[in-house]
Design a protein around this ligand. Structure first.
Ligand SMILES: Cc1cc2nc3c(=O)[nH]c(=O)nc-3n(C[C@H](O)[C@H](O)[C@H](O)COP(=O)(O)OP(=O)(O)OC[C@H]3O[C@@H](n4cnc5c(N)ncnc54)[C@H](O)[C@@H]3O)c2cc1C
Length: 583
């Protein structure tokens, strides 16, 4: 064999070795075990990365799914979610027709949409008028990925939704129901940017409620988290990350005194939680401002359990019931273990006010209100569960809800990786923030960005809200002349709007203004607790742990689960450890 031939063979072998060494060295850490982090970890692992997922809490799944109550969209409206549902072969049950449209609880009386049209046509008509105006507003946005495409639209970011609603002069009941719907889906109208509301309305324009509430995962959305957990090889629960240090060779992630090292990191925690993680090199002023200032909607959930349904039978299993009183949005759901459950969603400033109450007081307050409408409530009450997303330091809110002026400052900020760190989480999705779909999409996006970074791609700084020439604004405004003229207070349909200066009087909301009462004083907003329910005191049922946790404990990973090494080893490079499933 010639020396040249031998040298060639040696080079080939060396080449193969270094390729496999490189493949082995592809390590990533994912911080946060909500659906976005689980998705990022799953996608990276599927692409051959050695991934360690670090979750602060003892359980996985984050904000997804309190119980069995969430309805999910079909593949037209939530394609990514549906893809995973079919990949993991998860069972679903179709939504009955009557849960697919919202209904109402007006002063304690239940109305379906059809009932309302007959029994309270004034409110029904006003709701229709409102919906048409929202559609017009939505149509003013051509590209929901770039909502502030011109000065007129940019100006909408300075207005809050409450001021805009005032101009519609709606009858009191309709306004209360609309406020309730907006604060449930986003946040208090007074804290919400009109541009964000318009952009989200554009995303869902023409999407039917039927497609959005098409089916339910058997077992609720925790089973989705559980399915990801089953696939992942290395998960560390009860591991709150305190610091991320990047240098030219890699990233060190600190959990207490334990260091983990990897080539890249996906940060999949909400902004308030990110605020507690120190980053080196430090973030710039814009990112720091976004972490502290971006508005999150408030929505807490109280599940009241009863021996038998105490509400009208036709309200049973309705999708969303908007109450015009302090009961917020109710969701009657089938109780899997017998009895009957109603989930009460307190949102916006009603939830903020309830912050002062302990769990039992909060359940009592809600039960008292329900009892006023349904007199069997106290006698049939068996217990409650509460989930407070807004005061949980790992979450700090229910979901992203841009306040006035915030799209202008922070639009798409977190879509761009910073050196070796990519960001995921519902708050980083342009189209579907605040949803499971949004969380899953961002996990996929972050995983592919890590691949891109490893391949040497650099990410350009995000373009922050290009405000197009005034001419463009004029063109859009002229096209939508009536709508904008009305919006900015003019009465002349033919008059050309002045796009930039008109909305000036509306000041952006302060970061944490005092709670704003709902138009008609809602009982829940009473600062003092009412007398506790005496007949049957609330028995505190243990708060249900997301099923993902149980799964993390018992489900064997596909690769046989070796006993997890305690998360103690300093500078443990995940690739080199034998850590497997969360224990
Ligand atoms: C009340 C309510 C109702 C909802 N209803 C629906 C609905 O009907 N349909 C729908 O599609 N969506 C709904 N959503 C939204 C959906 O649940 C969320 O968008 C989604 O679950 C968010 O996932 P995520 O991964 O972005 O964040 P999260 O689920 O919050 O995950 C973040 C994870 O990071 C962890 N973490 C935080 N700090 C650290 C740290 N320092 N170190 C390690 N880990 C950390 C947290 O513990 C958490 O597990 C609802 C949300 C709420 C609050």
């Amino acid at each position: 064999m010639s020396a040249g031939w031998l040298r060639a063979c040696a080079l080939v072998i060396l080449g193969l070795f270094s390729v496999s060494a490189l493949a082995k060295d592809k390590t990533a850490i994912v911080i946060g075990g909500g659906l976005s982090g689980l998705t990022a970890a799953y996608e990276l692992q599927n692409k051959g990365w050695q991934v360690t997922l670090l979750e602060a809490k003892p359980s996985l799944g984050g904000r997804s799914g309190m119980a069995t109550s969430e309805w999910i969209g079909n593949d037209k409206t939530q394609p990514v979610l549906n893809k995973y549902v079919s990949t993991f072969k998860l069972g679903t049950t179709p939504a009955p027709e009557f849960v697919r449209t919202p209904s109402y609880l007006i002063d304690g009386v239940y109305y379906s949409a059809a009932d309302l049209a007959i029994k309270d046509p004034t409110t029904a008509e006003a709701l229709k008028r409102y919906e048409k105006t929202v559609d017009d507003l939505a149509r003013s946005i051509e590209d929901p990925q770039n909502p502030a495409a011109n000065n007129t639209l940019h100006a909408l970011d300075q207005i809050n939704v409450s001021n805009w609603l005032d101009r519609l002069t709606l009858p009191a009941t309709a306004r209360q129901l609309i406020n309730q719907q907006i604060r449930t889906r986003y946040d208090e109208p007074s804290r919400l940017s009109l541009l964000y509301f318009a952009q989200q309305s554009r995303v869902y324009l023409g999407v039917s409620d039927r497609d959005l509430r098409a089916s339910r995962l058997l077992g609720g959305s925790p089973v989705l988290a559980q399915a990801f957990v089953k696939q992942l090889k290395t998960i560390k629960t009860s591991s709150p990350v305190s610091a991320i240090v990047q240098d030219k060779d890699g990233v060190t992630v600190k959990v207490g005194s334990v260091n983990y090292q990897a080539d890249y990191v996906v940060v999949a925690v909400p902004l308030r939680a990110l605020n507690k993680i120190s980053l080196t090199p430090a973030l710039d002023a814009q990112h720091l401002g976004a972490i502290k200032g971006t508005n999150y909607g408030w929505r807490d959930q109280i599940m009241l359990k009863f021996k038998t349904p105490v509400w009208e039978s036709k309200a049973r299993m309705s999708g969303e019931i908007y109450s015009n009183t302090g009961l917020g949005m109710l969701w009657v759901e089938p109780a899997l273990k017998g009895g009957a459950n109603v989930v009460i969603n307190l949102s916006g400033d009603n939830a903020r006010v309830m912050q002062a109450f302990g769990d039992k007081q909060m359940a009592d307050q809600v039960l008292i209100r329900l009892h006023a409408f349904y007199p069997q409530a106290r006698g049939s009450f068996t217990g409650y569960e509460i989930r407070r997303y807004s005061t949980d330091p790992s979450m700090g809110g229910a979901y992203l809800a841009f306040g006035p002026g915030q799209i202008s400052k922070y639009w798409r900020l977190w879509e761009r990786p910073l050196q070796r760190v990519a960001f995921a989480g519902e708050h980083t999705d342009t189209l579907y923030p605040g949803t499971l779909e949004g969380a899953l999409r961002t996990g996929q996006r972050a995983a592919s960005q890590v691949e891109d970074l490893a391949a040497g791609k650099s990410f350009e700084p995000a373009k922050v809200v290009p405000v197009a020439a005034a001419a463009a604004a004029g063109a859009v405004a002229a096209k939508k002349g009536n709508f904008f003229t009305n919006l900015f207070g003019g009465g002349d349909d033919e008059k050309k709007p002045e796009p930039v200066k008109a909305p000036a009087p509306v000041a952006p909301a302060a970061p944490t203004p005092a709670p704003v009462p709902t138009p008609a004083p809602a009982p829940v907003e009473t600062p003092k607790p009412a007398a506790p329910v005496k007949a049957e005191p609330a028995k505190k049922a243990p708060v249900k742990k997301p099923a993902a946790k149980t799964e993390a404990k018992k489900a064997p990973a596909k690769a046989p689960a070796k006993k997890a090494e305690p998360a103690k080893k300093p500078a443990a490079k995940p690739a080199a450890t034998t850590e497997t499933k969360a224990q």
